[in-house]
Design a protein around this ligand. Structure first.
Ligand code: PLP
Length: 384
């Protein structure tokens, strides 16, 4: 048995405390836990924060991506370009809509969608592209949008890794037609599970409010005021209409209560992650075999992942595990999963480089001491 490690370092950890609890207490006191006024408040504050005109709260980024594509009613069988290296939801959202994912190789440096490979894979039946700001590193959106416009492609940004990030002074999630965010517990900020759909095109995303609420065209919490109101005796408060096949994808007031507190901390959390990444980068600068996963540019950035690349990936993972340091791999290329095998397209770079990826601990409440402990282990491995 190896000796017990000096420390245990988690991979991700949500930063939650008194502020979230205080907001939750308010929800409990009102005893309205479902879709309610706090969801609207969170949507409004989110819209203001990222400077977009409209936001729709949902229960995950998976739901957000699904509904974002639904907004366009693309003909069944149309094609949607997605990067080969991303989380499954970027592509399952395409399948949920009876569309076909076309996997595009990634740029070997930034790990986001390769614009060169994208150009070669665009065909007449392509209708949209879903760029992913991998790990929080921005896709060169001004270039991607030129390419998308030239081919009439809708741009849906998968912002699951970059809440609060800016690119060229403009918030990520506001460059494309629709931006989709994740508030899953491991992501940049959390509501337990949760997501947000954002756009400046109100007419496009306003109908998604019914789509996220089983197709119902009115919010129950607004009607409920009239259930017993003497001024509304003949208001037929119980009436609503269902005109579309919707989903049960709404955010609720428990999530929104947490989200309102998290949003206030988001800039701080992103700044703290930048500080820790700076420690990591300085700490491994002298390593010969271990290199940073991404070309980290820390100004204005909202990086969610810190990782490294190492040819001895599997040995390094075991080495860190023996020292109580949690790791992961983000991500195995999607076409390597059985579900996506039938959509196989050449992605030589992704297939090669993902085998060197290791994700390391990064979360706002991580201490400098913990970061130094991980760095020490990395440098020891590198020196062997
Ligand atoms: C986590 C993630 C999602 C899905 O987010 P959920 O809120 O868990 O549904 C989508 N895309 C990417 C790139 C992700 O990492």
């Amino acid at each position: 048995m190896p000796e017990k490690p000096r420390m245990q370092v988690r991979l991700f950890k949500p930063s939650v405390g008194e502020e979230e609890l205080a907001n939750l207490r308010g929800v409990f006191e009102r005893a309205w836990l479902g879709l309610g006024p706090l969801v609207t408040q969170f949507e409004n504050e989110w819209s203001e924060y990222i400077a977009t005109s409209n936001s729709v709260g949902v229960n995950s980024a998976t739901a957000a991506l699904h509904l974002a594509l639904t907004a366009y009613n693309f003909p069944r069988g149309s094609k949607v370009l997605v990067p080969a290296i991303t989380f499954a939801s970027t592509a399952t959202a395409v399948l949920y809509n009876d569309l076909i994912p076309v996997f595009v190789d990634v740029d070997p440096v930034t790990l986001s969608i390769s614009l060169t490979d994208m150009e070669t894979k665009i065909t007449r039946d392509c209708v949209a592209v879903i760029p992913v700001h991998m790990g929080g590193h921005p896709v060169p959106m001004e270039e991607l949008i030129v390419l998308a416009k030239a081919h009439n492609l809708v741009v849906i940004e998968d912002c699951a890794h970059c809440a609060g990030g800016l690119y060229k002074g403009k918030r990520l999630g506001t460059w494309g037609d629709i931006g989709c965010f994740s508030f899953e517990e491991k992501k940049s900020m959390t509501t337990g599970d949760g997501g947000m759909i954002c756009s400046d095109q109100d007419a496009l995303i306003e109908p998604l409010r019914a789509n996220r609420w089983v197709g119902i065209d009115k919010d129950t919490w607004k009607r409920s005021a009239n259930y017993t109101s003497p001024e509304a005796m003949d208001s037929r408060h119980w009436h609503y209409e269902i005109a579309v096949l919707g989903y049960k994808y709404n955010m609720n007031d428990v999530m929104a209560a947490i989200g309102l507190a998290q949003l206030k901390k988001l800039d701080w959390m992103n700044a703290r992650r930048r500080e820790l990444i700076r420690l990591y980068l300085d700490g491994i600068a002298g390593c010969r075999y271990i290199k940073p996963l991404l070309p980290y540019e820390l100004k204005d950035a909202a990086y969610w992942l810190f990782g490294v690349r190492c040819e001895q990936r599997d040995e390094l993972i075991v080495y860190l595990k023996q020292r109580g340091i949690a790791t992961s791999v983000h991500f195995m290329p999607l076409p390597l999963h059985p579900l996506f095998r039938e959509f196989d397209d050449p992605i030589p770079i992704s297939t090669e480089i993902w085998q060197t990826f290791i994700t390391l601990p990064l979360f706002p409440d991580m201490t400098d001491e913990e970061a130094h402990y991980v760095i020490e282990a990395l440098c020891e491995f590198d020196a062997k």
